[in-house]
Design a protein around this ligand. Sequence first.
Ligand SMILES: [Zn+2]
Length: 630
Amino acid sequence: MKKIILNFTLFGAATFLLLGCAALKSTNSTLDYIQASVDLVAINDDKVQVEITPPKIQSEEITFYIPQIVPGTYEYSNFGRFIENLQAYDSKGNLLDFEALDENSWKISNAKKLAKITYWANDTFDGPGGSEIYPMGGTNFQEGETFLLNLHSLIGYFEGMKETSYRLSVRSPKDLKGFTSLPVLSQTDSLDVFTAKRYFHIIDNPILYSKPNAVSFDLDKIKVGLALYSPSGVHKADAYQPAIEEMMVAQKNFLGEANNTPSYDILLHLMGMEDLQYFGGMMGALEHHTSTTVVFVDQMQPQELTQSLVDVVSHEFFHTLTPLNIHSEEIHNFEYNTPMMSQHLWMYEGTTEYFANLFQINQGLIEEQNFYNRILEKINYSQRYDDTMSFTEMSAGIVEEPYQSNYGNVYQKGALINMCLDILIREKSGGEKGVLWVMQNLAKRYGADKPFKDEELIDEIIAMTYPEVGDFFKTHVEGTQPINYEDYLSKVGLTRGETDIELPSILLKDSQSPFFMPQPNEEGTVQYVVTGLNSTIASMGVQEGDLFLGLDGTLFPEIKQENAEAINAIFTPTFMWDAQKDFSITVKRGEDLLTLTGVTGTPTVKAKGIVANPQADPNAIALRQSWLKE
Ligand SMILES: [Zn+2]
């Protein structure tokens, strides 16, 4: 998964963290698969009806589950809360008794007579407590317009029957088309029938229904599909094809033989600003074996959306390596309602995020300085989390505190752990081998159907590499000692020095904080005072000490907690502006009210960053070359 949080907190630092029935009346019990039917036409009060017909049940009682947690999210979601009015029937249409065991499970009596279960499902975009569910892992029902279906929130499984195959029928409005990597049995303009080998395949293949807005193209040995829902209709799938092509060709080149994904579908669901606010600024993507669900905001400018797609979809595609093809037994035999977590988030998310940055420099998509700035940003953001927490311990306990609130560090320190390992292995192997080599070998040894033993992975990697790698794991991944990044950066001839850091919004004065601070004046009224500048606002004539009164023609309401949402609504769009956006800033300087105008350009600030050391010795420069380019 990859999360981005677009959220401008009122008092304090900006938290912009870059951190997936049909009316088929089959009431007989002679099926050897589970028939699931979803009706997207007869919507009732924003809920859809679901009907599940199991094969003949042999036991007196059986429990029906909706997942508490699903792979890739690392937190309890309790999708059962979106299910209403569950009923169990025998073949004559009589109700069977059942007992709700908890939010996500129902024990049905007289199960030998069970013919079907029916229920209504709410969507997570406005259902009970839905804002707690990552939008990319959720469901959105908009009658006649779009349906984002992450099926773990719609379809359940029976106790002991997770390996039974499914047939899924979806009745859909005539002008909406379903996009998914789920195998299709039959498809008409109003009824689609899909198959799934087991329950995992139901949840590993989300579906996006929307008016047709999709492209599909063949790259070297991989078939790629992009389906897009844009509420305004502004964004067209074909406009994003070139960027995705360039990115995925580069990823395949980077991975080499470690990748054999035959097809990959990107389901891009754009939401409105109200939805973004509802999710507290959360957007991003969730990984699957042959597809990914991506949720961004419709208001993003094309240039901004393209870069976010490259950063986020490349991360998701690298998940085809790990955890999808290199994972432990805990993940392979995933327990949706009583999960056991693996210790290796440093790899599942950390290696993935590291590669999503490394391949861009390796394949020439970004400049070296841009890559160093990304490392710096990760070092800075990682300091927001507990730097002395054992990463393996955190991973195994991730669904509980104090680990859960450190989850975001898997994208920061998790990636940095991999960078240090990479530099270390490159150094020991004379530049020849790195983390990618380790992963290519693990992928050969394991695979989608062959999990490793959780407690043996690190020893295996040490056996493949060097004792120093073992020391690193012991000290900084299993152990609690923070990493001194300078030690590793100096090995590849990098040092601290002044550089231009690009900022994601004109509102920032460095990578973390806004250019203004709330301060009370003599009457006690809180005002925004300009406390720093970036290149864009400096060139517009903004000065330190100015009172910041409004942005792009809108004046701020009184600055207080009750107005946080209204103020955020003025700030948030700046993160989606492209470089050509004309805008204005209203300030008060002394007695003068000034409206200063300019163009966003690329806001930068001079800061102490990570730079190439001009005095680095030739060995360090050679090692850097092999680290970044080979
Ligand atoms: Zn991820």
